[in-house]
Design a protein. Sequence first.
Length: 50
Amino acid sequence: WSASSFSDGEVASSSIMLYRRCLELGEILLIVQSEEALVLEKISEQELLE
């Protein structure tokens, strides 16, 4: 296997497929992380108000 055997388009599309699969796998983690971030933002806002 060599990179030159693939066109840029094929490499891009395969990396996009891998990226999408990673997104699907990471979606739950991202949701959890974003919820944690929202909680942390609310906490920091409350600390600023106090």
